[in-house]
Design a protein around this ligand. Sequence first.
Ligand SMILES: Nc1ncnc2c1ncn2[C@@H]1O[C@H](COP(=O)(O)OP(=O)(O)OP(=O)(O)O)[C@@H](O)[C@H]1O
Ligand SMILES: [Mg+2]
Length: 268
Amino acid sequence: MSDVVFKNIYKIFGDKELKAMELLRKGKTKKKLLEDDKLVVGINNISLKIKNNEFFVIMGLSGSGKSTLIRHLNGLIKPTAGKVLVDKQDVTCLKGQELLNFRRHKVSMVFQKFGLLPHKNVLENVYYGLKIRGESKEECLKKANKWIEVVGLSGYEKSYPAELSGGMQQRVGLARALATETDILVMDEPFSALDPLIRAEMQNVTLDLKEKMKKTVIFVTHDLDEAIKLADRMAILKDGELIQVGTPSEIISNPADEYVKSFVGKDK
Ligand SMILES: Nc1ncnc2c1ncn2[C@@H]1O[C@H](COP(=O)(O)OP(=O)(O)OP(=O)(O)O)[C@@H](O)[C@H]1O
Ligand SMILES: [Mg+2]
């Protein structure tokens, strides 16, 4: 059970964060702030509610703030202003052990560059994320083996990442994230590095898992077809701002502006 609420999030990179916020609120653009003041706007006043068990996709051009937004979710980034609520708890206030526990038990992440440990085999890679939480060896092994099987990697437990194809490596990344059985799964362009056929296969694995696991999933992609295939709802970001939120069919049939139209039109 996990709702995620982003409430008036601003993220400015640079020393003069508060000055930048003031200028942003007065209507200065991201481009002008960079040119005149050397301030980088990551997120500009985003509010968004992601529902429990929803599969929520975030789209936008490179640099639009997708990764910055989702990194707020496990405290990897602190906002310049605003709140991130997970089940009504403000994540931005968590520190030390509390933050560590939150990361280990509430949110798991899958990245584009798989992030596997090269000197550990498949089983060890999945096992490791569980063991650092202090669970018993038996429990960790049981869960690791279960999720390796779910993602279709049975038989490869002893293989090392370098011995696996890209698609298989990302299955390990997925198994590792799923094995922690957190309520929230965040995936930042998880399939972008895969070739089209493997990518389609991974999308099907994800769709299949979507039915099996009851989880809130936040999934970042550049690919409209991928978004449409997977999303319950999706958000479009531009220059750190939220441009539109809706179901794929709402967005396709009623794009909010030319930017969204260019996205929606592009893949047709
Ligand atoms: N650590 C950082 N320091 C300074 N600026 C940053 C940092 N991280 C992100 N930015 C800036 O914030 C903006 C948003 O970047 P972000 O990485 O969130 O974009 P993105 O939508 O994930 O792009 P991509 O699709 O290329 O991954 C960009 O202008 C980027 O330059
Ligand atoms: Mg990114």
